[in-house]
Design a binder for this molecule. Structure first.
Ligand code: G
Ligand code: G
Ligand code: NA
Ligand code: MN
Length: 248
């Protein structure tokens, strides 16, 4: 096989799967989850995005892969014993493509789409911020989908833009969480993001929460939601469903 055939075969045979990482509130109740793509390769085992995205990009297959991710996310949302928001990562290639809105509206009806959250990195949004504002405004007018800015704090987006971007969540980049106690600047950045989000009416999610101390300090700062290895690692869909069933 060529690598391209391998990928095409994988798409046809649904070898791509989602691992799900829960997001929690202050009481450690699950309020949502991020879907992270994996390739269950018949010979090579479980592959991570870093292993196959370069090849996907090389063959221009990102759009097809994103269509598969949306399909998988829809299946998952339908299966959830208790509805929570499911976030999917959307690349710059997807969001600025013509087909993206078509996929969204053809896969998701009104009842389902309100459980979907599109994670778009700050870097991608600021590449063409006016286009991003137009697109997200239009999508949200037609479809009640949530939008998160991923890796927030790394892209130097100005307040001016943020005010005009109709998003719901800011995901505070994990680098700030990791250095929360090591670097006073990072503490100040997190506090500033939280205050800014509050004044704009946005919710914050801290990424990469790895310790109890970080979790507690972030609560004090006023972060709304939490994601990271301290609370739960990304897990297979079945485990996530089980966790949802057993958690209060
Ligand atoms: O767990 P992790 O190794 O999956 O993720 C590595 C990177 O791949 C992260 O930056 C994550 O946002 C990205 N990623 C994971 N799943 C997807 C996906 O379905 N689509 C896109 N575009 N990126 C993803
Ligand atoms: O780029 P994005 O923000 O989508 O990143 C998601 C990536 O972060 C995935 O690779 C996921 O597996 C990883 N991740 C999730 N929680 C933690 C954590 O607590 N620590 C670290 N180092 N990585 C995490
Ligand atoms: Na993400
Ligand atoms: Mn991120």
């Amino acid at each position: 096989y060529t690598m391209k055939e391998d990928l095409e075969y994988a798409l046809q045979n649904h070898e791509f799967i989602l691992h799900i990482q829960p997001q929690f509130d202050h009481n450690k109740s699950i309020v949502g989850a991020e879907a992270l793509l994996r390739w269950q390769h018949p010979q090579k085992g479980l592959l991570y995005p870093g292993d196959f995205f370069p090849v996907v990009e090389e063959f221009g297959m990102m759009t097809q892969l994103t269509e598969e991710v949306l399909y998988l996310a829809k299946q998952l949302i339908q299966k959830l014993p208790k509805k929570v928001r499911i976030a999917v990562n959307i690349s710059g290639r997807d969001i600025y493509s013509e087909q993206f809105e078509t996929f969204l509206s053809s896969y998701f009806d009104k009842e389902l789409i309100c459980w979907l959250d599109l994670e778009i990195t700050e870097q991608v949004l600021i590449q063409d911020v006016n286009k991003a504002i137009d697109l997200i405004t239009r999508i949200k007018k037609e479809l009640a989908v949530a939008v998160s800015i991923d890796d927030f704090g790394t892209g130097y987006s100005s307040l001016q833009y943020l005010k005009r971007l109709p998003v719901d969540f800011l995901k505070i980049d994990r680098s700030f969480v990791q250095d929360l106690f090591k670097d006073k600047n990072d503490y100040v950045i997190v506090a500033t993001i939280v205050n800014m989000a509050k004044s704009l009416g946005l919710k914050t999610i801290a990424e990469g929460v790895e310790t109890k101390e970080q979790f507690e300090e972030l609560q004090k700062i006023g972060v709304d939601f939490f994601q990271g290895y301290y609370l739960a690692k990304p897990m297979p869909e079945d485990s996530f469903i089980e966790l949802l069933q057993t958690s209060g």
